[in-house]
Design a protein around this ligand. Structure first.
Ligand SMILES: Nc1ncnc2c1ncn2[C@@H]1O[C@H](COP(=O)(O)OP(=O)(O)OP(=O)(O)O)[C@@H](O)[C@H]1O
Ligand SMILES: [Mg+2]
Length: 259
């Protein structure tokens, strides 16, 4: 049943599976994420949100996998890479897709603030002390947050844009999701090389996306500040950043000053 390799991503490999499905086969270090992603994807699909249908959960070659409906079409990222869309267009489009997600009736998902407080309760005291004031300042809300929205997770299908990679989906204020996308667009990196061209492109994409969100009145700067602190803190601790970006992320991750 396992067909050709379609994508080799950070957490998993994606294979063709039969005629109209894919297998997302998790890498061993991300095995814990498979069932969580299956559950969250089921929840958003059941809520009528643009997500693939979950067909099955399997174990193959000792690795957990999810069988998902295959969504045909290029990603927003591949459109950008092949020059089929301008940076500005992609930033505006991503913001539009993200606003539509937040405006939809919420899915049955855990609340981000609950998950954050629970994980901090179990964290080491140093980290907890550092992160608690950041989490305490976050705006509360209950919109469906994708939690990882960037152009590589948007497939442009014949039925409209479909989002994949729902492992971090939660209910939260939209500002948390916007801040997360902003730090991913600007700073998330597993590569060692930094070309000036690539950095400029990422910056332009993030700027256009943010401008579109602020222009639409989707989030305010007051909501965004604490959310950016949280998203920057989380990205720093994930390790998926380059040394050169650490000072900028540390500055963003400063907790709100009392008074
Ligand atoms: N249901 C699907 N139908 C078609 N293609 C898919 C599907 N799910 C994933 N893909 C393709 O595989 C790629 C990687 O999938 P996904 O984002 O779920 O993996 P990941 O390891 O979580 O990625 P990341 O690099 O963002 O961590 C997507 O960008 C898309 O091109
Ligand atoms: Mg992805």
């Amino acid at each position: 049943m396992k067909g050709e390799l379609l994508a080799a991503a950070a957490s998993a490999e994606i294979f063709a599976w039969g005629r109209d499905a894919v297998l997302k086969l998790f890498r061993p270090e991300y095995a814990y994420a498979a069932h969580v992603e299956a559950e969250r994807t089921r929840a958003v699909h059941a809520a009528g949100l643009p997500a693939p249908e979950v067909r099955d959960e399997v174990t193959l070659e000792g690795r957990p996998g999810i069988v998902l409906e295959r969504i045909e079409g290029p990603t927003l990222l591949s459109e950008l890479a092949r020059g089929g869309a301008a940076v500005r267009e992609v930033g505006v489009r991503l913001a539009e897709i993200h606003r539509a997600l937040h405006a939809a009736a919420p899915a049955s998902l855990p609340r981000a603030l609950d998950t954050l407080r629970k994980s901090l309760a179990a964290a080491d005291p140093g980290l907890r002390e550092e992160a608690l004031p950041i989490v305490d300042a976050l705006p509360d809300g209950a919109a469906t947050n994708h939690g990882d929205l960037h152009p590589g997770n948007v497939i442009l299908s014949a039925r409209g844009p479909v989002l994949v990679d729902w492992v971090n989906a939660h209910l939260a204020h939209p500002a948390l999701d916007v801040a997360r996308s902003l730090v991913l667009l600007r700073y998330q990196s597993s590569r060692r090389t930094r070309s000036a061209e690539r950095l400029a492109l990422r910056q332009a994409l993030a700027d256009t996306y943010l401008e579109a969100m602020l222009d639409a009145g989707h989030v305010s700067q007051a909501e965004l500040g604490p959310s950016l602190a949280w998203a920057s803190h989380a990205l720093l601790h994930s390790g998926a950043v380059q040394d050169a970006d650490v000072p900028a992320l540390r500055a963003l991750a400063r907790p709100p000053q009392p008074g």
